[in-house]
Design a protein around this ligand. Structure first.
Ligand code: SF4
Ligand code: SF4
Length: 404
């Protein structure tokens, strides 16, 4: 969450904003994650913008929780929606929506006259992307030009002011630490916790990232079992340990709801079926797996279309016993049948460091202690990784794919 202040005079003090003129939700998943926290500091009559595919009142009301609706109505806030990703895709920017959302900000916030803001934005685009070529500059300019006409203002129904707020359902299956501490941190409500709620020594229990399931991507990979050559490059490349290969014994396969799993290739894997299953709610949509796949067996698809089926596949696959002793783990393929001990990393989409750290845990995790899992320690991992290159035979090829 970013807090940004503009003013005619120089701003010298730093504090969080509690009476915002303008609040924008750039990722629809945040509506589920932060719920009413997103708008509770909006001022009377302020603007609330959501980047979403929902373009009508009927559609947007399904995505807002009751408390959010009540706050918007009681504060007389204005609700705007924009499908920023559609614009970015149309002009060739893929999933990069920053220029669209910046234009929305200048269009609705009135911090500058619109003509002046657009001229300055375009000038800045030219300066920033000139070295990347005219095509990139043009794409960003087109994104700016297309944006204002695409903003839709949805009138907030007056009856939302008295809407009944449901009681929150507590998922008691989640561990205490996750419910009482991690969830508060992740929803940015941990400031309300007493110091005594902090884990002693700042230590976190292991394996908590599996409970986040943020669903931040609007796209996730879909696997084509017929095209797949079972190389495991996709899992090797994934920065977040989201897409993984699974070996399924014939008995489990016969009892499963699936009929499309190919026989696992290789003598050592005889008697098994092969499956690639990404965790769609942990995917960041970076698309690296699909880019790296040598057989075009992965396609990025809208999460909304595949969510249910993909979650069911992943839940089933991840409940299977680990088959980590059938192949040499010091190969690209074998390494990916090992349990990653840093999984679902919250790194930025496409991070190049996190797959290296994940790989080290797959190769040496049982004998590893990480004293400080951030910053310069990563350089040590990078050094270790260069030593590992000699042993992990196909790394050079994967690196070429990644940067190509
Ligand atoms: S799109 Fe990115 S995060 Fe998602 S499974 Fe592929 S590599 Fe992993
Ligand atoms: S990279 Fe492509 S071919 Fe290789 S295992 Fe993944 S989906 Fe299959």
């Amino acid at each position: 969450m970013s807090h940004l202040r503009f003013g005619p005079n120089e701003i010298n003090s730093s504090y969080l904003i509690d009476n915002a003129d303008y609040v924008a939700c750039h990722n629809p998943a945040f509506l589920k994650m932060y719920k009413h926290k997103m708008v509770e500091n909006i001022r009377e009559g302020g603007n609330f913008v959501v980047n979403t595919t929902a373009g009508t009142l009927e559609e947007i009301e399904k995505t807002l929780d009751a408390r959010t609706k009540r706050i918007l109505a009681r504060k007389g806030a204005k609700l705007h929606v924009i499908d920023a990703e559609a614009i970015a895709r149309e002009v060739g920017l893929g999933s990069r929506i920053n220029m669209v959302m910046q234009t929305v900000f200048f269009g609705l916030s009135n911090v500058l006259p619109m003509d002046r803001a657009i001229a300055l934005l375009k000038e800045q685009i030219e300066k920033t992307y000139r070295r990347k070529g005219k095509e990139v500059v043009d794409m960003n300019w087109r994104a700016v030009d297309a944006t204002m006409a695409a903003i839709k203002t949805i009138p907030v129904p007056a009856e939302w002011a008295d809407i009944e707020v449901e009681r929150e359902v507590i998922d008691w299956a989640r561990p205490d630490f996750v419910r009482n501490f991690m969830d508060r941190v992740n929803t940015q409500t941990a400031n309300e916790l007493p110091v005594s709620a902090m884990p002693y020594g700042g230590r976190y229990p292991h394996g908590t990232s599996q409970y986040e399931k943020r669903g931040i991507s609007t796209r996730a990979p879909v696997w084509d079992p017929k095209a797949c050559s079972q190389c495991n490059t996709c899992a090797f490349m994934c920065p977040h340990a989201v897409i993984r290969p699974y070996l399924v014994d014939e008995e489990s396969y016969a009892a499963s709801p699936y009929t499309d799993l190919p026989k696992a290739k290789g003598k050592k894997l005889k008697g098994h079926r092969f499956m690639i299953a990404p965790s769609p709610l942990d995917c960041t949509g970076c698309g690296l797996c699909a880019e790296a796949c040598p057989d075009d067996a992965l396609t990025m698809a809208p999460l909304a279309d595949i969510r249910e089926e993909a979650v069911a596949r992943y839940d089933w696959a991840s409940s299977l016993p680990l088959k980590d002793d059938l192949l040499d783990k010091f190969t690209v393929k074998g390494s990916q049948f090992q349990q990653p001990l840093l999984e679902y990393s919250g790194a930025c989409p496409g991070c190049a460091e996190s797959p290296l750290v994940t790989l080290v845990t797959q190769l040496y995790g049982k004998r590893m202690v990480i004293a400080n899992a951030s910053g310069y320690v990563l350089y040590i991992f990078l050094y270790l990784f260069t030593q590992l290159q000699r042993r992990v035979g196909r790394y050079r090829r994967c690196r070429t794919v990644h940067h190509g």
